[in-house]
Write a protein that binds this ligand. Structure first.
Ligand SMILES: Nc1nc2c(ncn2[C@@H]2O[C@H](COP(=O)(O)OP(=O)(O)OP(=O)(O)O)[C@@H](O)[C@H]2O)c(=O)[nH]1
Length: 421
């Protein structure tokens, strides 16, 4: 496919208009063309990681001091030491309580964070839970104003918890978009995904549980049980009834009443994440529940994931769009090499891992045509995401039963750590 004939070929597209063009036109283009998402890709070597570790300690102390100041009327208390001392130079830890990644900060940004002395500033973590396909990723993307999680019409497309950061002058909400809660866990992959759901929720300051307005109302105990049973104290929980655009207003009222009566949540709000209706109400609700405190990240950072994570996710989205049935679920996408070259296009090498040779044959297609189509569509979207030209190489490999292999799953990033380089 030629660049000029592709719908995404317009060089003036911004990173978020790329996503709008990619079949998600509901997306409000809130970012300027220069606002390339900043992600955690600066963990490039031990030197920078160590330097960042030092900065993180500094910010943690500062934040602690800020909180102690408020709690103790000005006396610095506790003298808590930070455990952020060391970073791995290759893996980015998606630890249970994520680090406040001041490793991402330069001096200017440290200065910038000084607005945190605003006593009314709120910040905290929000877990977005729900069954597959209810619209969790759509809502999270809509709130952040940028597409971070891939969205398809197929259930269980989100495999990792995706950290998205939604900031305003007076607040910072850190959203965990989680994989849908799966009742029947068929593979080791499913149970590892569920443990990611739990580790997202366990740190949350508040929880959103999404349900699909089109479905007959049902108890959400299972979602809560899977997602937040480990929590010691009950956190504020909002039931978000999504896809209200698909049902009649009279029905919305009836279903809301049912959820208010038969679920143990604090509030219920109907929304249409796809069209942005009610999303501000959800934000207001979250704001009313977040604790007072300074920001965790600079305000223009939208994720802590490295760029290579999103590159792999873009390829995975294209696989979901191009292939049918079981094939997309059997695919794992890894960025095996990512080289920036001063005098040439960036070089990105991607491997698609499938479980059987028959799947490899489908992915490659007759005379390699299917794979070529996939690679071109992926490259164009990656270029729009990164705002630069890349050379993309894609190969397909078979690893039998990778979804059952705990060691491989950890290597692929399902065990709480993803490769940062
Ligand atoms: N009509 C309508 N469709 C929606 C809405 N929100 C999401 N969708 C669609 O529902 C499908 C699933 O959305 P996702 O955001 O991927 O759902 P998810 O809950 O993250 O899915 P998993 O990855 O399975 O956990 C997509 O086709 C969306 O476009 C909405 O408010 N209205």
């Amino acid at each position: 496919m030629e660049l000029s004939t592709h719908p995404l070929s317009n060089a003036t597209l911004s990173p978020c208009s790329y996503f709008a063009s990619a079949g998600n036109s509901f997306f409000p283009l809130r970012r300027s063309a220069s606002a390339i998402p900043r992600t955690g890709c600066r963990f490039q070597n031990r030197e920078t990681a160590d330097a960042g570790g030092g900065r993180r300690v500094a910010l943690e102390r500062r934040r602690r001091f800020w909180i102690d100041e408020r709690e103790n009327g000005g006396e610095e208390g506790g003298g808590e030491s930070s455990s952020y001392a060391s970073d791995d130079d290759v893996y980015l830890s998606l630890s249970e309580k994520p680090d406040r990644s001041t490793a991402l900060l330069d001096d200017y940004e440290m200065e910038e964070l000084d607005y945190a002395s605003n006593p009314d500033h709120r910040s905290g973590y929000v877990a977005v839970l729900g069954k597959p396909n209810v619209g969790k990723s759509t809502l999270a993307n809509q709130m952040i104003g940028q597409k971070l999680s891939i969205v398809t019409d197929k259930p269980q497309t989100t495999r990792h918890r995706v950290l998205g950061i939604c900031s305003g002058p007076e607040y910072q909400m850190i959203l965990y978009d989680t994989p849908g809660v799966i009742e029947k866990k068929m593979h080791k992959l499913d149970s590892m995904m569920m443990s990611n759901v739990r580790s997202a929720a366990v740190n949350a300051d508040c929880v959103l549980v999404l349900v699909d307005a089109c479905k007959v109302p049902e108890k959400i105990d299972e979602v809560l049980e899977e997602g937040i049973r480990d929590l010691k104290n009950k956190v504020p929980t909002l039931l978000v009834m999504n896809k209200k655009d698909l049902i009649k207003p009279g029905e919305i009222a009836k279903k809301l009443q049912w959820y208010e009566k038969f679920t143990d949540v604090d509030d219920v709000i109907p929304v249409s994440a796809k069209y942005g209706h009610g999303v501000e109400d959800v934000k207001d609700w979250i704001l009313s529940k977040l604790p007072l405190g300074p920001a965790y990240y600079p305000k223009d950072i939208v994720s802590e994931h490295p760029e290579r994570f999103f590159v792999a996710e873009i390829v995975r989205e294209k696989i979901f769009m191009q292939y049918r049935n079981e094939v997309p679920y059997a695919c794992q996408v890894n960025v095996v090499s990512y080289k920036t070259r001063p005098n040439a296009k960036d070089f990105i090498q991607v491997e698609i891992v499938v479980e059987k040779n028959s799947q490899k044959i489908i992915v490659i297609g007759k005379e390699g045509r299917a794979l070529k189509l996939l690679a071109t569509a992926s490259r164009l979207d990656i270029e729009d995401f990164l705002q630069k030209k890349v050379y993309l190489e894609v190969e397909v490999k078979v690893k039998e039963n990778w979804r059952q292999d705990e060691g491989l799953l950890k290597y692929y990033g399902y065990g709480g750590q993803i490769r940062a380089l």
